[in-house]
Ligand binder design. Structure first.
Ligand code: HAM
Length: 424
């Protein structure tokens, strides 16, 4: 009895159902717990923002801004964009509400949907969810190490295995121009063979050629200069301190000088957490420093760093690690006859008030079909209430896990169930 119905969800967006939703809730609650130990407070920003907020911060020549934004005019003709990421909005809020006047550091976390008009594939959606954090006011390399440590603690608490922390420093305003020039020199005699996008990137954003997915561009960039060879003294020392702090914490990591982040606001430390189990979209979390952005948005010079986790990718990895987390009722109440059904209803409410997950049959179907239902729901235990049991003040029970059964006093039912379902 299945029908696809009259409507289906848009391409690249999805409903989150069991078993995924159980994993999502676990991720959300554990991340709140971990973030609060590091002093992060929640911030909720709007899903719609003025388009210019993203074009200026993420960068005019990035894939996100050039190709992927959901942008539309509102009824007053203003250009509105569904947020493709969270950092720009948090920085806007930080500046708009003068949060820089509060004692530093100010630390925020957020979670919610982001929108990018990308070609949907495994691990890549048009509406996807991020959990992210942003910390303002500390430029010290130990802040970078702290935020990476927090991400590592979170993944450990979630039992996530087999991920790699990849780190890079993409340099600062002082060292970046020399690296940019070196890249342009390297690609100058290959320009005609680059893809049309990279031809444009060559002028405006040659760093992005290192991230192009076109096969020919991948071949042409073999032997390109590496950013780590161009770092100025300050950037190099900063990066070394970050590395030595996370080494002291024994967080396994690799340096990946080819990591190019897809957003222009970064400078200095950048990082990605990747997993081979994710296929071609292998970053489960990513972030870095963006020390200029607050000032560019009209605030005082304020160093900042953050990261965002891709929920769908993290949930997929956890499900793969743990298998399906089945959610099932503790108790299924089966009743025989109208009087018993009324009593069963009251018993169900009493047990729920004690914290049990209770389902009950209200439809007057046969005992056989009620038991089949309990089985399909994978209920832990069934209670059977009939007229005879009612008169005797008793209830029949069956443990569906080990098949044991018997009869117990109605008056001591809660205590009885608590001892039966110890692993609840
Ligand atoms: P991002 O690398 O664009 O960075 O995205 C962060 C993470 O979001 C990715 O590593 C990935 O797990 C997930 N993600 C991105 N696009 C998609 C998609 N289309 N479908 C599914 N998952 C996706 C940022 O967004 C920065 N705002 C991170 C940051 C925060 N940097 C500093 N603070």
């Amino acid at each position: 009895m299945s029908s696809s119905g009259q409507y289906s969800a848009l391409k690249g967006v999805q409903d989150i159902l069991l078993p995924d939703i159980a994993v999502w809730q676990k991720i959300e609650s554990i991340s709140r717990e971990v973030f609060s130990r590091y002093g992060y407070q929640e911030i909720r920003t709007p899903i719609i923002e003025p388009t210019a907020l993203f074009t200026r911060s993420i960068g005019e020549t990035t894939d996100i801004v050039e190709k992927e934004m959901y942008t539309f005019p509102d009824k007053a003709g203003r250009s509105i964009t569904l947020r493709p990421e969270g950092t720009a909005s948090v920085v806007r809020a930080y500046v708009e509400h003068h949060l820089y006047n509060l004692p530093s550091p100010q630390k925020f976390f957020y979670s919610g949907p982001m929108f990018r008009y990308e070609r949907p594939q495994k691990g890549r959606f048009r509406q996807f969810f991020q959990i992210g954090v942003e910390a303002f006011g500390v430029s010290a390399p130990l802040m970078d190490a702290e935020i990476i440590a927090m991400l590592s603690v979170l993944f450990e608490r979630l039992g996530l295995k087999g991920v790699n922390f990849e780190l890079n420093s993409i340099g600062c305003e002082k060292c970046r121009p020399a690296y940019r020039k070196a890249l342009q020199d390297f690609f100058s005699d290959k320009l005609n063979d680059l893809c049309p996008d990279c031809k444009r990137r060559y002028e405006y954003n040659p760093f992005r050629i290192l991230d192009c997915k076109v096969e020919r561009c991948i071949e042409l960039r073999q032997g390109a200069p590496r950013v780590t060879d161009f770092l100025c003294e300050e950037s190099r020392r900063h990066f070394e301190k970050v590395l030595s702090a996370i080494t002291a914490l024994r967080i396994p990591h690799v340096i990946n000088p080819n990591m190019v982040r897809g957003l222009d606001y970064y400078a200095g430390t950048t990082f990605e957490v990747t997993s081979e189990h994710l296929g071609s979209q292998k970053a489960v979390a990513a972030g870095g420093r963006y020390d200029r952005l607050v000032q560019e948005f009209g605030g005082p010079p304020t160093p900042a760093i953050g990261f965002a986790i891709g929920m769908e990718r993290l949930a997929a990895l956890l499900l793969e690690n743990e298998g399906v987390l089945a959610a099932s009722p503790d108790v299924y109440i089966s009743t025989l006859g109208e009087r018993a059904a009324g009593e069963g209803f009251l018993v169900a409410e009493r047990l729920r008030a004690k914290g049990f997950w209770v389902e009950a049959a209200y439809d007057g179907s046969s005992l056989r079909s009620q038991l089949r239902k309990a089985d399909r729901l994978s209920a832990r235990c069934v209670l059977i209430i009939g007229d005879d049991e009612l008169s005797a003040g008793k209830v029949k029970w069956k443990d569906l896990k080990d098949g044991s059964q018997g009869e117990t006093e109605m008056s001591g039912l809660t205590e009885f169930l608590s001892s039966l379902i110890v692993d609840r």
